[in-house]
Ligand binder design. Structure first.
Ligand code: GTP
Ligand code: MG
Length: 200
């Protein structure tokens, strides 16, 4: 069992030499700006605003490492696809994110996709990268509370059956989890994934 109450923001990294390399399991949260990464972390922690949620999407370009129960890190990656970002800021984003992804320190990625919006071009690029590099990942379909049951299920089925999330593009059928940080839907499923990873 993981004690989700025992959490510290261990590092706010703006450079690769600041990434923790202490052997803890690392689970990275990837997704476009505003998709709900920080909110998901807060939901898993049972806190209102431990991870900073952004009124101004895409503002900070740092990677935040939340250490849970001295066993694992939830790694809040900076969001992509924020249209109003400057060219300089895009370069910083690409370089820092790339440094983390190739550092090989993550055991698993939670790839967040807005259930209402559906996958964007940037999401496809990220998923293709995860597939090509055989990184274990699950897809978390966020903001499920914004849709009624019919649209929610239709969008979810379309997402889960997307070719990129199934063989032969993916190594195996990618687990897809419906989630809402508002209602708590999907929370227990994600927590059990974390517990399992922390035991290995
Ligand atoms: N209705 C609803 N709104 C949500 C949900 N999750 C997040 N939001 C809202 O979406 C906005 C963005 O959420 P964040 O958690 O800050 O998104 P983020 O992915 O961390 O964004 P960046 O840090 O900019 O990459 C906030 O206004 C949240 O309140 C959800 O499950 N349901
Ligand atoms: Mg955030």
């Amino acid at each position: 069992m993981l004690n989700m109450q025992n959490v510290v923001l261990k590092m706010t990294a703006g450079r690769k030499d600041q990434f923790p390399r202490d052997g803890h399991v690392q689970i990275a949260l990837s997704g476009r700006s505003n998709v709900g990464k920080s909110s998901l972390i807060n939901t898993l922690l049972g806190r209102k605003s431990f991870a900073r949620t952004s009124a101004q999407p895409g503002k900070t370009i740092t990677i935040n490492f939340y250490e849970v129960d001295k066993k694992l890190y939830l790694v809040d990656l900076p969001g992509y696809g924020y249209a109003r970002r400057s060219a300089d800021s895009r370069r910083v984003w690409a370089s820092l994110t790339n440094d983390y992804l190739v550092s090989g320190t993550m055991q698993m990625v939670f790839q967040l996709i807005d259930l209402k919006v559906g996958p964007t071009e940037d999401d496809y690029m990220m998923i293709e990268w995860l597939n090509a590099n055989h990184v274990p990942y699950v897809v978390v379909a966020t903001k499920a509370d914004k849709l009624g049951t019919t649209a929610r299920n239709a969008n979810f089925d379309a997402l889960a059956s997307h070719p990129l999330l199934n063989p032969p593009y993916a190594d195996e059928k990618i687990r897809t989890i419906m989630f809402s940080s508002q209602s708590g839907m999907g929370k227990n499923e994600l927590l059990s994934i974390l517990s399992e990873l922390a035991q290995n």
